[in-house]
Design a protein around this ligand. Structure first.
Ligand SMILES: O=C(O)C1CCN(c2ccc(-c3cc(CO)ccc3Cl)cn2)CC1
Length: 321
């Protein structure tokens, strides 16, 4: 028993914010952002919250298959920017679809979240003999950013993507390598809700994104190749047998460095960061949906999905279409 990806979709806010727009409100430049990150524009919510993007993805996914909403057994949303502590975005999607049979919840693993969620969906589906699942990565990071902090706010964007999974008798998810480095947790923090000194004065304040960019960058260049090699070993395949490397779109220079470290041609590494910025848990979902829609990924080909970021975490999945 295994899982098979049978549909993919993405939903991106219409509003585009350019690097020049940002240089009007903080001390940065189109040149610096493009050169250091690869980002040209990002899409920023004009009022849509994370659940709105996730529900849009869910509806497009169901349109692609003949399933009804109440055929769904499981809905998992990976997000670090939910609408609420409760209800979960997953539950809001379940309610909006009327998918009454589905159990639905969120998982929080930042930029590794989509890969963690697919891995967890596979385990739950096999353990419970669920026939299908919907897995979505959705973020409205703009609500968490400090738009005066040029070291973080220029890097991120909003968006959502997702897949439908079906229980399958043929093998597809050849290996998974999930890791958490909690000792490095403080290097990427967003949305902290502090406790007031005296309980009746609770602060109702959520903290903005804070990142030790140098440390997270170093962490990624060191641990992403390790995670990919570990997954390839578990799948008993060589790196040359992987047709496409879909890395979390955190920074274009990291992608180049990982390709060089793994001695794999850069053509195997699709990049769309120039259009979206870093969309955390939505990043891999959007990239996967685009690569499937543009037929970059062909039937029978093998890909690796590799997420890395907050936690700190890494997560690599090897999937054969
Ligand atoms: O000075 C420069 O060149 C700066 C140096 C710092 N940079 C960084 C640093 C870290 C990230 C990052 C973020 C996440 C969060 O999802 C996950 C994974 C990564 Cl590797 C992205 N950019 C930008 C260019």
């Amino acid at each position: 028993k295994d899982i098979e990806i049978v549909a993919s979709a993405r939903n991106i806010p219409e509003q585009v914010v350019t690097n020049d727009d940002l240089s009007q409100i903080m001390d940065t430049s189109d040149e610096w952002i493009k050169q250091r990150t690869g980002i040209k524009v990002r899409h920023i919510s004009a009022g849509e919250n994370t659940s709105d993007l996730a529900i849009n993805v869910a509806k497009v996914l169901l349109k692609q298959v003949s399933w009804q909403a109440d055929d769904l057994d499981l809905i998992i949303v990976a997000t670090m920017s939910p609408d609420n502590m409760t209800p979960a975005v997953g539950a809001m999607v379940q309610g909006a679809l009327g998918a009454k049979k589905a159990i639905a919840f969120d998982i929080s693993a930042a930029c590794s979240g989509f890969s963690y969620a697919i891995s967890i969906a596979q385990d739950i589906m096999i353990a419970n003999n669920f026939k299908n699942a919907m897995v979505i990565g959705a973020e409205v990071l703009s609500k968490l950013l400090d738009w005066q902090d040029r070291t973080t706010s220029v890097l991120f964007g909003d968006g959502a993507g997702g897949v439908l999974l079906r229980l399958s008798s043929t093998r597809h998810l050849l290996a998974k390598d999930l890791n958490t480095f909690g000792d490095l947790a403080d290097n990427l923090v967003a949305g902290s809700i502090a406790v007031a000194d005296s309980w009746q004065d609770n602060l109702h304040h959520i903290s903005a994104f804070k990142m030790n960019g140098r440390e997270v960058y170093r962490f990624a260049t060191h641990n992403v190749p390790k995670s990919i090699l570990s997954a390839a070993k578990k799948a008993n395949i060589s790196l040359d047998e992987i047709d496409h490397y879909l890395l979390h779109q955190a920074n274009s220079r990291i992608i180049t460095q990982v390709a060089r470290k793994l001695k794999q041609p850069i053509e195997k590494f699709p990049v769309n960061i120039s259009e979206y910025g870093n969309t955390a848990a939505a990043s891999e979902a959007i990239l996967l949906a685009e690569c499937l829609e543009n037929k970059v990924i062909k039937p029978g080909e093998t890909i690796i999905l590799s997420g890395f970021g907050g936690g700190l975490t890494t997560a690599s999945l090897i999937y054969k279409f």
